[in-house]
Write a protein of this length. Structure first.
Length: 191
C-alpha cells in the first residue's frame, strides 16, 4: 500500500492517500495506534486546527484535531513514534474523498485515527523546540507546529515511513469513510 504524507512546516498534515479496496469499514478503535516499543521519551498532546484533509480527488475537508504524540527510544540510536488523532472535520468540497462525487461544503463529522512510524535512526535533541511532556497548546496547521521530528537533531536527514496508518471519518447522515494503509472504503456524500 502506498501512503503519501504531506509535510507542512515542521509537522505532518493529516491528509493521507491510500489505495482503494473493498474492505468493510471498521470501528474507530481499530485505528488507535499501539505503542511501538522502547522507553517513552516524549508524551505530548496539542490541538491542530485548519488542517486541510486530502482524499483521492484532492482536498475535501478541514480538520480540527486533538493530537497525542509519543516518541520511544528503542536503544542504540533507534526510535519510533505514534500519533493518535481525535477531532472533527467540516467538508470544503468540491469532491468526495473516496469516489470524487460532488460534495457540498459545510457537512460536519468526527474523525479519529493515527499512525505508527517504522524504527528510525536519529539523535534525540537535548534542546527540542517543544517540551517533552504535557499539553503544548493549539497550533494552526498552516504555520509551524509540533511533529515527532521536532524532538530530533537534523530532522530533515531522518529516514522514516508509516507502515501502519488509518483514519475513520463519521457523519450523522452523510456516510463514513475509512482511509487506511490496509485499504479505504465508504465515502462522505451529499444526501
Amino acid at each position: 500500500m502506498a501512503a503519501i504524507g504531506l509535510l507542512v512546516g515542521s509537522g505532518i498534515a493529516a491528509g493521507f492517500v491510500g489505495i482503494a479496496s473493498a474492505a468493510a469499514p471498521v470501528t474507530p478503535t481499530s485505528y488507535t495506534p499501539k505503542d511501538c516499543g522502547g522507553k517513552q521519551v516524549v508524551s505530548v498532546t496539542y490541538q491542530l486546527y485548519n488542517d486541510a484533509d486530502s482524499g483521492f480527488f484532492g482536498n475535501w475537508a478541514t480538520d480540527s484535531l486533538n493530537r497525542s504524540l509519543k516518541v520511544f527510544d528503542q536503544g542504540s540510536g533507534m526510535y519510533c513514534a505514534t500519533v493518535n488523532d481525535t477531532g472533527s472535520f467540516v467538508t470544503t468540497g468540491p469532491n468526495s474523498p473516496q469516489n470524487g462525487a460532488p460534495l457540498a461544503a459545510g457537512i460536519s463529522g468526527v474523525i479519529n485515527g493515527g499512525y505508527v512510524t517504522n524504527s528510525f535512526s536519529a539523535v534525540l535533541s537535548t534542546a527540542p523546540d517543544y517540551v517533552t511532556h504535557g499539553n503544548l497548546g493549539a497550533f494552526d496547521a498552516n504555520a509551524a507546529h509540533p511533529s515527532f521530528l521536532s524532538y530530533f537533531d537534523n530532522p530533515g536527514a531522518i529516514s522514516w515511513n508509516q507502515p501502519t496508518w488509518g483514519w475513520r471519518y463519521h457523519t450523522a447522515q452523510n456516510g463514513d469513510w475509512v482511509n487506511a494503509s490496509s485499504g479505504s472504503s465508504g465515502d462522505i456524500a451529499n444526501n
